[in-house]
Design a protein around this ligand. Structure first.
Ligand code: 13P
Length: 251
């Protein structure tokens, strides 16, 4: 049976003081959590703080992005090796905000995935359709294209050391959650697509759902057979809410 994973994506939110209160609250709240994993993906400048507060605990930490390049003259960028230096376990790649606001193509996302994996990080690959794409009936097509870019570059075995997050763009930060059935259908589609290449990798693949997950809807979403946890935005900024979602992972 796959273990549930709940990851907070703080996005561009936080201060040293606020993060400390939040992380201490989460630490206290998940201390006795045994049957689910949780992690936070924080802004780059706060990785050192996450490392110092979370080291030795059961909570993992990671980044929200990284460069596809290993090192060099890329002003303003952060490479995988730097994330490893700060103890990161995870790196989110291909979040829809990066795809849409910073024009990251499927190919760039695949390169970032590959770079993260080669450095020993666990990439969390985000995929998902916009509202217009859902309404046009091309959700599967979009998700397949995003997934295939990574499969073609890194190979199916790479997914044994990665996480996939299905995040319908229309559900992000909108309060509009995909219904458990809607999410389950896409999760099953992703798993089947991977299974065509490698049944064992597909069976073990952790597929998170993201998009307006709250304490109130987490149990229902996480009870679906192909939903293995969540990638949480807004609700990960409130310790009590994030802890409740982590706890939903162990039900
Ligand atoms: P919300 O939970 O705020 O909808 O954000 C989801 C998300 O984008 C996580 O990566």
């Amino acid at each position: 049976m796959r273990r549930k994973l709940v990851v907070g994506n703080w996005k561009m939110v936080g201060t040293l003081a606020r993060n400390k209160v939040l992380l201490e609250g989460v630490l206290a709240g998940v201390r006795d959590l045994r049957n689910a994993d949780c992690a936070v993906c924080v802004p780059f400048p706060y990785l050192a703080q996450a490392q110092s507060l979370l080291q030795g605990s059961s909570i993992g930490w990671g980044a929200q992005n990284l460069s596809q390049h290993a090192e060099g003259a890329y002003t303003g960028e952060v490479c995988a090796g730097m994330l490893v230096d700060f103890g990161c376990k995870y790196a989110i790649v291909g979040h829809s905000e990066r795809r849409n606001l910073y024009q990251e193509s499927d190919e760039v996302v695949a390169a970032k995935f590959d770079t993260a994996l080669k450095a020993g990080l666990q990439p969390i690959l985000c995929v998902g359709e916009t509202l217009a794409e859902r309404e046009a009936g091309v959700t599967d097509e979009v998700v397949a294209r995003q997934l295939d870019a990574v499969l073609n570059r890194a190979g199916v075995k790479a997914l044994a050391k990665a996480v996939v997050a299905y995040e319908p763009v229309w559900a992000i930060g909108t309060g509009k959650t995909a219904s458990p059935d809607q999410a389950q259908a896409v999760h099953a589609f992703i798993r089947q697509r991977v299974a065509k290449l490698d049944g064992q990798v597909a069976q073990g693949l952790c597929i998170l759902y993201g998009g307006s997950v709250k304490a109130a809807n987490a149990v229902e979403l996480f009870s679906m057979p192909d939903i293995d946890g969540g990638l949480i935005g807004g609700a990960s900024l409130i310790a009590e809410d994030f802890v409740a979602i982590c706890r939903a992972g162990q039900k």
